[in-house]
Design a protein around this ligand. Structure first.
Ligand SMILES: Cc1cc2nc3c(=O)[nH]c(=O)nc-3n(C[C@H](O)[C@H](O)[C@H](O)COP(=O)(O)OP(=O)(O)OC[C@H]3O[C@@H](n4cnc5c(N)ncnc54)[C@H](O)[C@@H]3O)c2cc1C
Length: 434
């Protein structure tokens, strides 16, 4: 049987999940990543995965890596809370499991709870087993369709590569999308964020005496030695997987997401079978301060990018006024200034159907959305699972690969752009998204 060749541009959460899924089904996969090496830049902090992301990971990853992912993730109470600036409750809802993307096949881990992963840890787990698949320092510049139906990708360092399918998993600024769908619109969502973490304990050590070493150790929800620090923080921070404190429409908001590891990654990775080296990381609370881009205290994004950690914290303190509950200021005082960085949020507009071919897109490359519903990575991973399924189906039945691309794009446009719209609606109601 012909072994189909697939090039994936971008080694983010979506691209790496797809690489696992397709490799496991006999495809010849190469991932080309612009970064010079896996640790070239901060990958951010917490990422919450719910039904779509967890089901996607389970369908694409080797079972042992999926298990390691869950074993190292935190599982705070599966509720999202919205509070006003005096901490009065505006909304408090469970993170309900979403619809079953696979159509109901029973799996060992269902029903899924919501998990808060440390994004760099999840990425290390996803990179495991792909050393011969991911090529770094490979910035895709352009691609072209060949007469024989294949596609050639060209890279900044002069390299080129050919395949039966090119998948643009290259994020919000996607080069693949710009060439495939030049009319697709990605807009500034009118939101700026200052993102960082509040550490709860010292780094864990691989041989930390309090780290349980059985891979299936019970989920205590508490990792490392963070108890004392955590006890010093207001308890409501730990009552929900994510809490938004909002100043009201047009005003700043603050978000808190606790990450207390079930098992400290630095201990769980080496104890896993087979061992997977994972960088030690202590418990923390991910914390962001956001405001509309046109808020009077918010500088231009260029100016924001020029601010160092202390200046970002000072700005956040000004955005969050004196009349906010003292707990919020106490939490911001514990922000690790070195961890702070600014973000500009983008959102995509729906794209009318296009003719399927040997080039397709997944994740933020096609449906960037604001993070208010924490669904961007969930949807990118769901895409990876959907595309794996439809391509494998086409290959198994001897149909052209483009049939699998067509099926995937049909479904993806529907579910993904409805999540983009829901994120925009909630963003407008809650945090002043434009
Ligand atoms: C503050 C914040 C919090 C969030 N929290 C959550 C959450 O809790 N849950 C959730 O589901 N989502 C969350 N999201 C959204 C989520 O981060 C994104 O939707 C997700 O990372 C998209 O994954 P991706 O693989 O499509 O793209 P990316 O993660 O952006 O990966 C793209 C990759 O492509 C590479 N690349 C770019 N251009 C090229 C090129 N030309 N050639 C080669 N490689 C290239 C990049 O270096 C990168 O590695 C959050 C977003 C933000 C901003």
């Amino acid at each position: 049987m012909h072994q189909h060749r697939v090039i994936i541009a971008g080694a983010g959460l979506g691209g790496l999940t797809l690489a696992h899924g397709l490799r496991a089904r006999g495809f010849d996969v190469a991932v080309y990543e612009r970064d010079p090496h896996p640790d070239a830049r901060s990958q951010g902090y917490r990422v919450q995965l719910d039904e779509p992301g967890l089901a996607g990971l389970e369908r694409c990853l080797p079972e042992h890596l999926f298990r390691l992912g869950l074993a190292t993730a935190a599982s705070p109470p599966a509720r999202v809370s919205v509070r006003d600036r005096h901490l009065g409750t505006l909304a408090d809802r469970p993170t309900a499991p979403g619809p079953d993307p696979a159509g109901g096949t029973a799996r060992p881990y269902r029903p899924y709870r919501s998990y808060a992963f440390n994004r760099p840890t999840l990425r290390q787990i996803l990179l495991s087993g792909l050393a011969d698949t991911v090529r770094y320092g490979a910035e895709l510049l352009s691609w072209e369709r060949e007469q024989d139906g294949t596609v050639t990708a060209r890279f900044a360092d002069g390299r080129s590569a050919s395949a039966d399918l090119l998948v643009g998993a290259d994020g919000v600024g996607s080069v693949v999308r710009r060439q495939l769908l030049p009319h697709a619109r990605v807009e500034d969502a009118g939101l700026r964020l200052i993102y960082g973490r509040i550490p709860l304990d010292a780094l864990d050590a691989p041989d930390a005496p309090d780290a349980p070493d059985a891979p299936d150790a019970p989920d205590t929800g508490v990792g490392g030695a963070g108890g004392a620090e955590a006890a010093a923080l207001p308890p409501w921070v730990f009552d929900s997987i994510f809490t938004v404190v909002t100043g009201g429409p047009g005003s700043p908001h603050v978000g808190f997401g606790p990450v207390r590891f079930a098992r400290p990654p630095g201990a769980a990775g080496p104890a896993h079978t087979p061992p997977v080296p994972l960088t030690p990381v202590g418990d923390y609370v991910a914390c962001l301060v956001g405001a509309p881009a046109d808020h009077p205290a918010m500088p231009s994004f260029e100016a924001l990018r020029g601010l160092d950690g202390p200046a970002l914290r000072e700005l956040a303190g000004r955005l969050v006024g004196d009349d906010w509950h003292p707990d919020v200021h106490r939490l911001l005082d514990r922000w690790e200034t070195d961890s702070l960085f600014p973000l500009r949020i983008s959102t995509a507009s729906p794209v009318p159907p296009w003719e399927p071919g040997p080039v397709t897109l997944l994740g933020d490359a096609i449906h960037a959305m604001s993070p208010v519903l924490a669904m961007g990575a969930n949807t990118a991973i769901r895409d990876a699972a959907e595309l794996t399924r439809t391509l494998a189906g086409a290959a198994a039945s001897g149909a052209p690969l483009v049939d699998g691309v067509r099926d995937y794009e049909l479904r993806m446009r529907e579910y993904a752009f409805s999540v983009v719209a829901a994120s925009r609606r909630t963003g407008r109601q809650r945090v002043g998204q434009s």
